[in-house]
Each structure stands twice: as structure tokens, then as C-alpha cells.
Design a binder for this molecule. Structure first.
Ligand SMILES: Nc1ncnc2c1ncn2[C@@H]1O[C@H](COP(=O)(O)OP(=O)(O)O)[C@@H](O)[C@H]1O
Ligand SMILES: [Mg+2]
Length: 230
């Protein structure tokens, strides 16, 4: 479903220094997999996710989404691909002036869903993340764990094939972290491919899924049921 072929990403800083965020990275992720991308801060995790989303272009190498080279896609194709991808961030990125219901409805409206579909789907997705009683609450009235559950709901609402999650438990305590991981497991069981980046070794041990380990932009390990080694 997603394939990186010898991908290198170089950033150039203001004083012309070259930073290799990713170095000759190759891997393949199949439909229905749950993959963790782990590594210390600065290892290249966010860059890798941004490349999948076509938020950045690789300096070298090829990236394929469902067999199509992302770097050769036209704008229209990139928009279509992005609709298949849900994104979850550490800092939620919710709309503060909209309720939980409206945060999800807004995404559906932008995509062009009908009002009936919105009224039907939003409660279903709020139910999946256990927030049906908070439909009318604003983000400022939600706890950190609830905010992250809402941001997962927002990623889910467009029925994506893939969810990219960048440090989704970075602001959460261990109890809420477990809660969020359970939700990701549930979504995975429903058939969604999940790619989750984290520097938290507990997550690796809890989930027992495939782990790709990055070190200074290079893949140093790719294990079916990974252990976290730094
Ligand atoms: N836009 C950018 N400009 C310059 N350097 C960047 C940029 N984005 C990321 N980097 C650098 O690339 C490296 C990898 O960053 P990142 O992918 O954010 O790592 P991680 O998410 O694992 O912490 C770091 O050294 C970071 O400073
Ligand atoms: Mg990061």
C-alpha cells in the first residue's frame, strides 16, 4: 500500500547547512498493517509521515501510495490521495470555536457529504472513540485524553484507508495513553492501516506490533513484533 524506495530527505538550514532527515530509507507497508515508527527526537519520524502525506517531497528516491509514485502525482491526484489518509497530531489541532460534533461535521462538509450523512456518521464515530456524551462540548471543555479522542474521530470521519499518527500520546498520562492505544487497536481491527510514530518505548511493548526503528534518519531495525531498543 505504501512503499519507500531509497528515500533521502535533505533539509537546508538558513546558514546553508545540510541536514539528512532521512537517509536511503526503503520499506513497504501492506494494507491492514499496524506499524510503529520509533526513534529519538530528531530521528526523522515526522519527516517520514510528512512524506507519505506529500507534505514534503523527497530529495531522492521514490514513494508509492497504492502503486502510484507520489512525486509524480498532479495536484488533483494528491488531493484525492490525501482523502484516503487521516492524520492525528500530538497537539490535536481542533477548531476551538466549534463543538465536538461541529469539528467532525466541518470535515464532512468540506469533503462534500450531505447533511443526512453528517447526522448519521458523526454520532457513530463519536461512539467509536467513546465521546458520544461530549458531542456538544467545545475543545476547551475536554480533557487532554478527550481532545485526542476527538482528533482521532476527526481523522476517522472521512473513512480513510490509512491513519498517520504523530506522537499521539505525547501529551497524555499513562492511563490516557492506554485508552488511546485501545482506540487505535479498535480502528485497526475495523480494517484501517495505522502508522504511528512515537519515542515512547512503553507503547512498543504494549502493542507488540511491527516496529521500524529510525536512528539519525536511517532504518536500523524493522521487526515483525518489535522490542524497543535505543
Ligand atoms: N523544515 C525543516 N528544516 C530544517 N530541518 C528540519 C526541518 N524539519 C525537520 N528538520 C530536521 O530533520 C531532522 C528530523 O526531524 P523530524 O523528522 O522532525 O524528527 P522526529 O520527528 O523523529 O523528532 C531533525 O534534525 C530536524 O531538525
Ligand atoms: Mg516528530
Amino acid at each position: 500500500m505504501i512503499k519507500f524506495q531509497n528515500v533521502t530527505k535533505i533539509f537546508e538550514t538558513k546558514n546553508k547547512q545540510k541536514i539528512f532527515a532521512l537517509k536511503n530509507v526503503s520499506f513497504e507497508i501492506d494494507k491492514g498493517e499496524f506499524v510503529l515508527i520509533v526513534g529519538k527526537s530528531g530521528a526523522g519520524k515526522t519527516t517520514l509521515l510528512k512524506l507519505i502525506f506529500a507534505g514534503e517531497k523527497p530529495t531522492e528516491g521514490k514513494i508509492f501510495f497504492e502503486g502510484k509514485d507520489i512525486t509524480k502525482m498532479k495536484d488533483g491526484e494528491i488531493s484525492r490521495m490525501r482523502r484516503e489518509i487521516g492524520v492525528v497530531f500530538q497537539d490535536y489541532k481542533l477548531l476551538p470555536t466549534k463543538t465536538a460534533f461541529e469539528n467532525l461535521a466541518y470535515v464532512m462538509e468540506v469533503i462534500g457529504f450531505l447533511d443526512e450523512e453528517i447526522k448519521r456518521d458523526v454520532p457513530k464515530v463519536l461512539e467509536i472513540v467513546g465521546l458520544n456524551e461530549k458531542a456538544e462540548s467545545f475543545p476547551s471543555e475536554l480533557s487532554a485524553g478527550e481532545k485526542q479522542r476527538l482528533s482521532i474521530a476527526r481523522a476517522l470521519i472521512s473513512r480513510p484507508k490509512v491513519i498517520l499518527a504523530d506522537e499521539p500520546t505525547g501529551n497524555l498520562d499513562p492511563y490516557n495513553t492506554l485508552d488511546i492505544l485501545k482506540i487505535f487497536q479498535k480502528i485497526h481491527q475495523m480494517g484501517t492501516t495505522i502508522i504511528l510514530a512515537t519515542h515512547d518505548k512503553n507503547i512498543v511493548d504494549i502493542l507488540g506490533k511491527r516496529v521500524i526503528t529510525l536512528e539519525k534518519g536511517e532504518i536500523v531495525r524493522d521487526e515483525k513484533k518489535g522490542k524497543f531498543v535505543l
